[in-house]
Each structure stands twice: as structure tokens, then as C-alpha cells.
Design a protein around this ligand. Structure first.
Ligand SMILES: [Zn+2]
Ligand SMILES: [Zn+2]
Ligand SMILES: [Zn+2]
Ligand SMILES: [Zn+2]
Length: 168
């Protein structure tokens, strides 16, 4: 009783060995993995909001970055009408520099086609340029202060952390 060990190639195996779902990637970082769709613009994006550690202010979550730092999400959350690129309500909601930042940063799937010009924001103490949205600053009565000047003004925030290291 010789068994035929040669199994005939099944037709299903031929030519269809590569699954098509590999083309689905995050529109921001290009990773394929756990993806979800944004509520605002229905783009595929990393489903990574759960990995964000509360109060860490890290910007490593694609879903969170798009949801927090873009006009697209703001426009959607505020229930504005039409496209965010053409929305006057969005434009009036921010100082021009922040409006441009939220509309052109790397957390956008598509950016503002024609961002308005704006005056750079300068520190009220040292006059250094403050890039709103990217560098730290404080604001007091409409004047911005850079991170350096802010920490100089409040020396308590720089108190030495004596005894913070406990040996175990
Ligand atoms: Zn991503
Ligand atoms: Zn969006
Ligand atoms: Zn809007
Ligand atoms: Zn300064």
C-alpha cells in the first residue's frame, strides 16, 4: 500500500500568498500595527492613546497628537461647519502663530494650504523668539516669557532636590 506523498498544489495557494491588508498604515508615522480611524477626518492612525501616561505630556501618541494639537480635531470637536482649512471660527479661536502651528504641524494629515503670516512671539524680558507650541513659555497680562526667563523669575521651581534619592 504505497501512499502517494506528493500532494498536488492547491489552486488557492497559487498567486494569492500575499495578504492585501499590509497597505494599511498610520497616516502620521507610517507604522502598521493597531490602527483606528480618527473621528474628525476618518484617517487611519495608530490606536495608541491608551499607551499615553497621564500627565507625562509626552507627544508619542499619534492619536493623541492629532486629537489635541490640530485644527482638524478642534474644528470637529467644536462642531464647526465646512472644512477646517476654510473655517473662520477656527481662525478666530487662536492667535495667528498657534493657528498656523495647529494647521501645519506634523500631526496633520493635510496641512493648511495657505497659512497666514504672523508676527513672531518674543519674550517680554530677553526678547528671544518663542516658538509657541514647541517651546515652553509663560504668559502674564498678554506678554509672553520664555522658559529661561520664567524659571529665573521663580527660583522656587529650581530648589535642589536634596534627599530625593533614597537608597534601597
Ligand atoms: Zn502613528
Ligand atoms: Zn482629523
Ligand atoms: Zn472650525
Ligand atoms: Zn526670555
Amino acid at each position: 500500500m504505497a501512499r502517494n506523498r506528493k500532494s498536488p498544489p492547491s489552486i488557492a495557494d497559487i498567486g494569492s500568498s500575499s495578504p492585501k491588508r499590509a497597505g494599511r498604515i498610520c497616516g502620521l508615522c507610517g507604522k502598521s500595527g493597531r490602527l483606528t480611524r480618527t473621528d474628525c477626518c476618518h484617517n487611519w492612525i495608530c490606536d495608541d492613546e491608551a499607551s499615553y501616561r497621564p500627565f507625562s505630556y509626552a507627544r508619542n501618541s499619534c492619536a493623541r497628537n492629532h486629537g489635541r494639537y490640530t485644527l482638524c480635531a478642534f474644528h470637529f470637536n467644536e462642531g464647526h461647519k465646512g472644512s477646517w482649512q476654510a473655517c473662520s471660527q477656527c481662525r478666530e479661536s487662536f492667535v495667528p502663530e498657534m493657528y498656523v502651528y495647529y494647521g501645519t504641524n506634523e500631526y496633520n494629515f493635510s496641512v493648511l494650504p495657505d497659512p497666514p503670516a504672523f508676527e513672531p512671539t518674543l519674550c517680554g524680558t530677553c526678547g528671544k523668539r518663542i516658538v509657541l507650541g514647541e517651546s515652553g513659555f509663560s504668559m502674564f497680562k498678554g506678554t509672553y516669557f520664555c522658559e529661561t526667563c520664567t524659571s529665573r523669575e521663580s527660583p522656587r521651581s529650581r530648589s535642589p532636590r536634596r534627599g530625593a534619592r533614597r537608597s534601597r
